[in-house]
Design a protein around this ligand. Structure first.
Ligand SMILES: Cc1cc2nc3c(=O)[nH]c(=O)nc-3n(C[C@H](O)[C@H](O)[C@H](O)COP(=O)(O)OP(=O)(O)OC[C@H]3O[C@@H](n4cnc5c(N)ncnc54)[C@H](O)[C@@H]3O)c2cc1C
Length: 801
């Protein structure tokens, strides 16, 4: 062990080894991995080794596909056998909704380029896997690139290939302490102290403690997990092929062949956490006693699905632990506020995600950004609220239990809720508000009559008419929306204007004005679709998506300059927005000032009734509208005042479901759909907001290169779809003459225009208005047409009126 390395990776499981490999492979060979015991000594040695690409987040599915492709390469590079059995895989559906969902998932796979899948009937599935009973199954999906690997061999292959590229592996050496230095970190180990620029927490079951060594509380917890390996099964001895890896979604089991027996893994409905503060330091390569009572129900289903199990004994029980984050996706990337401290933990499926995690983390460290959009696994997608133990327990437990349970797009899950509620929450609930969660905050979805319950559905739900009424109220009268669920950052100080000019590619608004502000990464891809407010008194606001608060804050802080004061107002500020042709009449009733004269995109401080508010004339709904920001404590008073003043105009409260429909009719993009860090300004038409005259903003060179090049290969369009009783939601493939030409970024029903709409990224040669295309909506191919942007009020007269 040397006294200094560029990077120290803590943990020799599959994740740490993959990171080491990717760093060394990409040219950073002055790196070492420090392992408490021996390689694989955490969760990795006893994993079932299953590999498959299915994941609800398409970006993560793509990284899983990368891992699967990588595995044979590291075997070759390292010379270590990884025991790869590419048996192919089946994912089986046992209810009509699940079967529909699987058909949609198959189409999403096509969208993201995973092209080795096909749908199969139960009969075909039974032929592919002859030991499976097809009783109760409605269909399945086959994938060529699924199977299993030898877990120990795979970790050694990553580590061996890393060593061949110059990296070092140090075993039997526990990291005891981490101390931040000016240059990076001092890593205190049993064998002495090493200094490094970057330290990576790949501590798996011990990630919690390695976080705490640096003062970081990671939202991660281990849970126990069972699988069994059966004795030899005569039928398998007779077959001249291996049965495919098979997931029975409704049965809560996964299965693969293990020599001439079966390995049956169970996602227990009745889950069990273990060592929430991290595994004990003396926890060796040991297992827990199997708990067959706890998994009885799933076991029965498993033995019915694979009847041959009923005739043989169980050779081995494995009850081990592995780690989960609240949403089940890994926690990867630079930890906010801890320079040079990187997280690579909560990797729930290390053998199928480890390659993608290693690649992304290494790119991030070396180049400043990963190539893929890894927001779904970014450690900064959570805030302080997720450090709470009860929150972690509820959410990780919910994820585990629901691992194979279908979640409908309109379903609101209960774990970790309600947490933060804006002050008017109780009164709004009384008024019929149905809530969803954004980050830690309850946000209004729609207002329903007493006793109304929404049915979970892949198609239009029974809340459709309610949302239609809310849209109508906004378009024809005036609607009131709680906008506590926007993020707000205050920027001030002598250098504020310079800093904002560097941060944003857009021209800054003049005093008393607001402006859509595009934030780019150094590589020219998007970092934010924010709104900038110049209040005219030396203070500015940046407003954006609430759930990106910590993610944006990390970016701001990483690019901070002297003379800038930055404050996240998210805990102090709330607000309501008025939208609709009658909104001016409502707000004017409440103020003596000239708020009614505010020009479109004008902003300023006004008295609204008793409340001192910051008001801006804008609306995401595309109507005449006002966003009224108040102190958190004024929220109830503001709502009451606006409802009272609006009574004459039949003001109606509405929620974000209606807002999503209204903004779609205006072709206004939103983050995580039309805009992501995977897209450039040119692809998303955000380049129209760039101030090309301005020097020195982040991402300028890359944006300029895109502008001066041949133009983006894909561009954004608005579609109308002959959609039947379901609307597109995102990532559905778009076709022209049988060839895939793009995918949907978001979709929904436009209640004012009476059409099913979608926004999409398509190849530029099919982007012309009137082009006829087709889209798979909930698995069914539907006709679609490219239409002019903003099907409602294309000239924007309503919002400027
Ligand atoms: C029963 C079971 C079945 C599974 N099946 C699958 C499957 O089929 N497919 C799949 O992809 N995944 C599966 N998994 C999950 C998989 O095991 C994990 O995702 C993976 O092992 C996580 O790897 P890791 O490197 O993050 O953590 P770990 O394997 O836990 O590695 C962390 C390492 O860090 C070391 N360490 C900790 N603290 C220190 C310290 N202070 N100093 C030095 N070293 C330290 C530990 O000794 C350990 O070796 C399964 C898990 C279980 C329990």
């Amino acid at each position: 062990m040397k006294s200094h390395y560029r990077v120290v990776v803590i943990g020799g499981g599959v994740v740490g080894s993959s990171i080491l490999y990717h760093l060394a492979k990409m040219g950073w060979s002055d790196v070492c991995l420090i392992e408490r015991s021996v390689l694989t000594a955490g969760s990795s040695w006893h994993a079932a080794g299953g590999i498959h690409a299915l994941n609800a987040d398409p970006n993560i599915a793509a990284l899983q596909a990368y891992t699967i492709d990588l595995l044979p390469k590291i075997e070759e590079e390292s010379g270590h056998n990884i025991g790869l059995h590419m048996t192919g895989g089946l994912t089986m559906a046992g209810t009509p909704d699940r079967w529909e969902w699987l058909q949609s998932a198959y189409r999403v796979f096509q969208s993201i380029g995973i092209d080795d899948c096909r749908l199969v009937t139960p009969k075909e599935a039974g032929e592919l896997n002859p030991i499976m009973s097809t009783e109760g199954l409605l269909g399945g999906m086959w994938a060529d690139r699924e199977g299993y690997i030898d877990t120990t061999g795979t970790v050694h292959a990553y580590a061996g290939a890393a060593k061949k590229n110059g990296a070092e592996v140090i075993e039997q050496n526990r990291v005891l302490e981490l101390n931040q230095t000016l240059e990076g970190w001092d890593v205190v180990t049993e064998k002495g102290t090493v200094s490094c620029e970057h330290v990576v927490n790949a501590g798996g079951l011990w990630a919690k403690q390695i976080g705490r060594m640096a003062g970081v509380e990671l939202p991660v917890s281990p849970l126990k997990h069972h699988y069994l390996v059966s004795d030899t099964i005569p039928t398998l001895e007779e077959l001249d092929f291996e049965v495919p890896m098979t997931v029975d979604l409704e049965g809560f089991t996964y299965m693969r062949q293990d020599q001439k027996g079966l390995l049956l893994g169970i996602y227990e409905i009745n889950h069990e956490h273990w060592a929430m503060d991290g595994a004990p330091w003396d926890y060796g390569m040991e297992l827990f006693q199997e708990d067959t009572d706890r998994i009885e129900k799933e076991l029965i289903m498993g033995f019915e699905r694979y009847p041959c199990l009923q005739d043989v004994g169980v050779k081995t029980w494995v009850n081990g632990a592995f780690t989960f984050s609240p949403d089940g996706n890994p926690l990867v990337g630079p930890v906010p506020g801890k320079r040079g401290y990187w997280s690579a933990c909560a990797v729930m499926a290390g053998f199928l995600q480890g390659g993608g995690v290693g690649k992304s983390l290494a790119e991030w460290m070396i180049h400043g950004e990963p190539e893929a959009d890894v927001y779904g696994m970014d450690v900064a997608r959570y805030g302080v609220f997720a450090e709470n133990k009860q929150y972690i327990k509820e959410t990780t437990g919910q994820f585990y239990t629901r691992r194979f349970v279908m979640t409908y797009p309109n379903e609101q899950l209960p774990a970790g809720r309600p947490l933060k509620m804006a002050p008017a929450h109780s009164e709004m609930t009384e008024a019929g508000c149905k809530w969803g969660a954004s980050w830690d905050l309850e946000v209004p979805l729609y207002f329903a009559p007493k006793g109304f319950e929404e049915t979970p559905s892949l198609k239009r739900s029974n809340a459709f008419d309610i949302v239609a009424q809310e849209c109508k109220a906004v378009r024809n009268g005036v609607g009131l929306l709680d906008i506590s669920g926007f993020s707000r950052f205050e920027v001030s100080g002598l250098n504020a204007e310079n800093w904002l000019n560097r941060l944003f590619s857009t021209k800054l608004p003049k005093p008393g004005r607001a402006r859509l502000a595009v934030m780019l990464g150094h590589d020219g891809r998007l970092k934010g679709d924010l709104t900038l407010f110049n209040w005219g008194d030396g203070t500015w606001w940046i407003m954006g998506s609430y759930y990106l608060r910590a993610w944006h804050m990390r970016w701001f802080n990483d690019h901070m300059e002297d003379g800038v004061n930055l404050r996240d107002l998210g805990e102090d500020t709330a607000g309501f927005s008025l939208a609709g042709p009658k909104s001016r009449a409502v707000i004017e009733k409440l103020t003596e000032g000239s708020v009614g004269d505010l020009p479109f995109m004008g902003c300023g401080a006004f008295d609204i009734g008793l409340i001192r508010a910051k008001v801006a004339r804008m609306s995401v709904a595309g109507e005449l509208g006002y966003e009224i920001n108040c102190r958190m404590g004024d929220h109830i008073a503001l709502r009451r005042a606006l409802l009272e003043a609006g009574a004459e105009q039949d003001i109606r409260e509405y929620g974000f479901n209606a807002l999503l429909s209204l903004r779609l009719e205006k072709s206004f993009g939103i983050w995580s759909a039309e805009f992501t860090q995977g897209y450039t300004a040119g692809m998303t038409a955000m380049d129209r907001w760039i101030d090309w005259e301005k020097d020195g903003f982040i991402g300028r060179d890359a944006a300029l290169a895109e502008r001066e090049g041949n133009g983006p290969a894909q561009v954004q369009v608005t579609l109308e779809i002959d959609a039947g009783n379901a609307d597109a939601s995102g990532y559905e493939p778009i076709w022209k003459n049988g060839a895939q030409v793009g995918f949907v970024t978001s979709g929904g029903y436009g209640h004012t225009v009476g059409r099913s709409l979608a926004m999409a990224l398509v190849n530029s040669d099919v982007a012309a208005e009137g082009t006829v295309l087709s889209v798979h909506v909930v698995g069914v191919e539907r006709k679609a047409r490219v239409i002019p942007a903003s099907p409602y009020d294309p000239e924007g007269k309503a919002m400027r009126g």
